[in-house]
Design a protein around this ligand. Sequence first.
Ligand code: SF4
Length: 77
Amino acid sequence: MSCPIKETCTFSNKQLHMLQERRDNIEVRFCKSSYGQCARYKMYEYYKSPSKVPPDLMPNDYEKMEMIIRSDKKQKW
Ligand code: SF4
């Protein structure tokens, strides 16, 4: 099953620039199968809004995703 938010995703819409080979690998790894493991999708799940996912967040950038979520949780306390 492919990712349910691909219509609004900057990676899927090719707004994130990278080599085609790298793009293809990410698509196979995340978009076309395990989208639940994608950092962009995880961030969407956290915020429940595609517009809250940073446009430049790479699908495999877990460090940045965790930093943003941790910071958001701190602000809510
Ligand atoms: S990069 Fe992630 S959020 Fe975007 S379409 Fe692929 S799996 Fe979905």
